[in-house]
Design a protein around this ligand. Structure first.
Ligand code: DC
Length: 215
């Protein structure tokens, strides 16, 4: 069990997937479950400001997790919905949903079910602190806000952002960091890796090397 946590757009999920591939593990992204619960709730009528925890948990009954090659997929109504999960409407509301204790318990239960199915790399905010405190290796990934904004924009736009787009993305990331800060803290025994100047391959290679020392 390897737990990779860190703030938004610090490269957790892509790194976790690469580490899982190198080790022959599966990756499970807890953020995708918070996003799936949010997407499922958005599909039901009602202004986000009036969402109750019960209404989110009720909507989330259509969310499931399926083991696939190298990864656990989060499904809505039995279907992969990655574009919806990553889209702006879900991103704008996901912190609200992630602040609900019952939703956190629901995600944590799904994550523990995944872990019971075999060796796994998990990623999120509180994997090493709350959900898997006994993880073999805990990593806390960080990167400068400017670099995180550049990566996120490049991913969303498929090109380098303009100066204006970059500034907007950085502001949105910082706002989300602030909203998520309660559950987003490194474990005392986490290895902190600053990825600002690292390539995705270098990030993954460092974690794989650490994992091999400990496994
Ligand atoms: O990593 P991400 O951007 O896909 O995460 C989506 C949201 O879910 C993020 O705003 C914070 C929340 N989250 C959380 O509270 N705890 C986790 N373990 C993972 C994600």
């Amino acid at each position: 069990m390897i737990a990779i946590d860190g703030p938004a757009a610090s490269g957790k999920s892509s790194t976790a997937r690469a580490v899982a591939a190198a080790l022959g593990f599966r990756q499970a992204d807890s953020g995708a479950l918070y996003r799936a619960a949010t997407a499922a709730r958005l599909r039901v009528a009602g202004a986000p400001e009036s969402w109750t925890e019960d209404s989110v948990l009720d909507a989330a009954r259509v969310v499931s997790v399926r083991p696939a090659a190298g990864v656990f997929e989060a499904l809505i109504d039995g279907e992969v919905a990655d574009a919806e999960l990553r889209g702006a409407p879900v991103t704008a509301q996901v912190s609200r949903v992630a602040a609900m204790p019952g939703v956190r318990a629901w995600v944590n239960e799904r994550m523990r079910e995944c872990a019971a199915m075999g060796p796994i790399v998990v990623d999120g905010r509180d994997m090493g602190t709350v959900v898997f405190p006994g993880a073999t290796l805990k990593v806390w990934l960080v990167a400068s806000t400017a670099e995180r904004a550049r990566r996120r924009s490049a991913e969303l736009l498929g090109r380098m952002p303009s100066e204006e787009e970059h500034v907007l993305e950085a502001a949105q990331l910082e706002a989300r960091d602030a909203r998520d800060s309660r559950q987003s803290q490194p474990a005392a025994d986490a290895v902190r890796i600053d990825t600002t100047l690292l390539t995705p391959e270098e990030q993954a290679a460092r974690i794989v090397a650490l994992a091999r020392q400990r496994l």
